[in-house]
Design a binder for this molecule. Structure first.
Ligand code: ZN
Length: 121
């Protein structure tokens, strides 16, 4: 792993808030003042293609990035703009509630849920 990739990866591990490339760029500058936004994009592409980072897309908004490699989905809070990790409940297989074609083997799963958090009044 190159030094720059390590910095980008560390930034993603430090704050698990699914930052955009622009935010990762700003956070990386604290550690690597000379880094450019283009370099950040290159590092992110490499990390995503090596499957150590996941790219999370929300409509037409800039992509977010996630370093949580355990199986999980994402909840997009429309009001705060936050993207939260959602774990699958133990002993529940996603295949149990999907009408998959016969013989289908799930290799990769992207679960994106949009909504908002009801606050107690
Ligand atoms: Zn995530």
């Amino acid at each position: 792993m190159t030094k720059q990739r390590k910095v980008v990866y560390d930034v993603l591990l430090e704050d698990r808030d699914h930052p955009t490339a622009q935010t990762i760029f700003e956070r990386s500058q604290a550690k690597l003042p000379t880094v450019s936004l283009a370099t950040i994009y290159n590092c992110l592409d490499a990390l995503v293609s090596h499957q150590v980072v996941r790219q999370v897309n929300v409509d037409r908004e800039p992509s977010r990035y996630c370093a949580n490699l355990s199986e999980h989905g994402h909840f997009h809070d429309k009001e705060s703009g936050e993207v939260l990790d959602i774990k699958f409940k133990p002993n529940v297989s996603i295949a149990d509630f999907l009408d998959l074609p016969e013989g289908a083997v799930i290799e990769d799963l992207e679960l994106n849920i949009k909504g908002f958090l009801k606050t107690h009044s």
